[in-house]
Design a binder for this molecule. Structure first.
Ligand code: NDP
Length: 274
């Protein structure tokens, strides 16, 4: 295996997450990741690091169109006017003339999708955004987004790692050829302590982190965005794209899911999960 481009947006299936990267370190990590071979960076307005992501991008010296940049807008800005203003804010912060993938970060409890998504379509038509998508959307919400957005729903970014059961949502996305982007693919550090993943890692002479990512990349239309702020870990995480797990190893990893495996579910944002 190696890095593949997924779905209508051609999302590089392994990217760098930047949630909770400290101010002052994001620029260097992004530049180092791009030097290491990463071509996909995931940020969000909520992470307050878009400007540094943009600086890292420019510091890398890579042409803009060789890097896939995703950002996200929070529901507080889903009103039609506010969404456009927020997208322009991201463009300014990133210092770029287009965003490759713009995601609705969480479903809104107040603003209907029929208000937000036409603005996303307009931004796509204007070339300011190449593709649009959603994050933390349930099956029903994904269906509604698909009915309203004229452009393809290029991804649903959701929590996915070996300890959470997302089988219903994944089956729906696969049936509709919608890529999933696995966030918190390392279960925010928990995969490194799992004995099964450690054992499989030893057999492949790699880390449990890389095994968890490889498992995600072997799924249909799968993208993973592990975060590290340690330069020494960038190469090892990226090398997950070169690992092929056996069917038996995949089965063992599938067996690690448990009912309380979800980590990210803020009361003020989370939908009624599938
Ligand atoms: P991850 O599952 O990617 O785990 C990150 C943690 O794992 C950090 O503590 C990191 O520490 C550690 N780590 C990374 N690589 C290794 C390694 N090889 N060995 C040991 N430890 C390692 O968590 P995130 O929640 O950050 O998820 C990834 C990305 O997904 C985010 O950064 C963000 O871009 C996105 N996201 C999106 C959400 C959404 O609502 N759409 C919600 C949450 C995340 P260190 O940095 O010190 O290496």
């Amino acid at each position: 295996m190696s890095i593949k481009n997924i779905g209508p947006a051609g999302i590089p299936n392994l990217g760098l997450g930047t949630f909770r990267m400290l101010a002052g370190e994001t620029r260097d990590i992004v530049a180092a990741a791009l030097a290491e071979g990463y071509r996909h960076i995931d940020t969000a307005q909520a992470y307050e690091n878009e400007a540094e992501v943009g600086e890292g991008l420019r510091a890398s010296g890579l042409p803009r169109d060789e890097v896939f940049v995703t950002t996200k807008i929070l529901p507080r800005d889903f009103g039609a006017g506010a969404f456009r203003v927020a997208a322009e804010r991201s463009l300014r912060a990133l210092g770029t003339d287009h965003i490759d993938l713009l995601l609705l970060h969480w479903p809104s409890r107040e603003v209907p999708l029929s208000e937000t998504l036409p603005v996303l379509d307009a931004l796509i038509e204007e070339g300011k955004v190449r593709f649009g998508g959603i994050s933390n959307f349930t099956i029903a919400q994904t269906q509604e987004a698909g009915r309203i957005l004229k452009a393809p729903v290029a991804a649903n970014q959701v929590e996915l790692h070996p300890f959470i059961d997302q089988s219903k949502l994944l089956a729906h996305l696969e049936a509709h050829s919608i890529p999933f982007e696995a966030y918190s693919p390392l279960a925010q550090g928990k995969v490194m302590r799992d004995p099964v993943l450690k054992e499989i890692a030893e057999a492949h002479d790699t880390s449990a982190a890389a095994v968890a990512v490889a498992w995600l990349l072997q799924k249909p239309n799968g993208v993973a965005i592990p975060k590290t702020a340690k330069k020494a870990r960038l190469a090892g995480n990226l090398a997950a794209a070169e690992i092929t797990l056996t069917a038996e190893e995949v089965d063992r990893i599938e067996g690690l899911a448990r009912p309380d495996g979800r980590i990210v579910s803020p009361d003020n944002l989370a939908p009624n999960w599938d």
